[in-house]
Ligand binder design. Sequence first.
Ligand code: NDP
Length: 329
Amino acid sequence: MSDTFKAILVSRDAEKKQSVEIVDLTEADLMEGDVTVAVEATTVNYKDGLAITGKAPVVRRWPLVPGIDFAGTVIESSHADWRKGDKVILNGWGVGETHYGAYAARARVRGDWLVPLPDGMSPHDAMAVGTAGYTAMLAVMALERHGIVPDRGPVVVTGAAGGVGSVAISILSTLGYHVIASTGRNAESPYLIDLGAAEVISRDELSQPAKPLAKERWAGGVDSVGTHTLANVLSMTSYGGAIAACGLAGGMDLPTSVAPFILRGVSLLGIDSVMAPKAVRLEAWRRIGADLDLKKLSILSRSIGFDGIIGAARDIVEGKIRGRVVVDL
Ligand code: NDP
């Protein structure tokens, strides 16, 4: 009989009531793929919180092992790019949504979905960055492509004490930007300043319905909140600036007007990490290796064990997690 390993499984009954449990699986239970990986580290992202609590329809195949990202070692491969012993990272591609994911000691996936672990980074480090941090890097790259360099003026980061926000602040400050961090947790100001924020503002300043245009405060920004927050951020963006939108922690709507776009030439840059092409991922992870001060990872992350995943998933959807949570398997 093959060895069993622990996995988290979300299921739903005939009434579509969702439940979550820890089960034993064997490799024969895993889904199709040409590479099998021993998962060494994973993480709890906002989307994992939604999947485990069922608060949004992230899971689209039942039952499912959730977990949208992992780092580990290849133990079996029939894919030309990967051999036994290779260290790899996976982010997205529907893993943890429609394909069995990271919350198990073994994962079987398509080799095309994997990227190599950057030199000098451990699986734990890679998951301290995780999908939230890789998304933050995609947002920074989008701002740069738009010409938003540090000399253009300050940049705002909303949802600052969350995963995307914490990594975005770390990267932007290392690159020399003047970062304005917006948080609902004012007690986290010292933490945000430690990560490199130059100013901390209250989330309340951005949470009311937005005017079409307001006083210009920043040249760019990374928004993980959506709704009124993103509308206010846009209305306060200076002429020719750009905002990278990557999240919906506050809501999915966008109650804005066209004024920032047509009167100030502001751009809204959409960020998707899940289906990003491989070349973009490789560049994002290369830049993370180059431009993220690894010392900041120990400030912005904490470790939990496998048994802590379900509790952390519940906490993250309630906005109670600071920075990143790494699961060491
Ligand atoms: P976190 O929960 O770690 O961070 C979200 C932060 O948003 C919170 O820490 C909090 O920051 C703030 N926030 C939470 N609730 C509210 C609210 N009701 N109103 C205003 N602010 C709020 O999540 P992540 O950083 O991992 O993800 C952030 C968002 O980005 C999520 O919506 C996630 O789905 C999305 N995402 C998108 C990706 C993509 O590919 N586009 C990839 C990864 C994430 P504070 O306490 O500082 O105010």
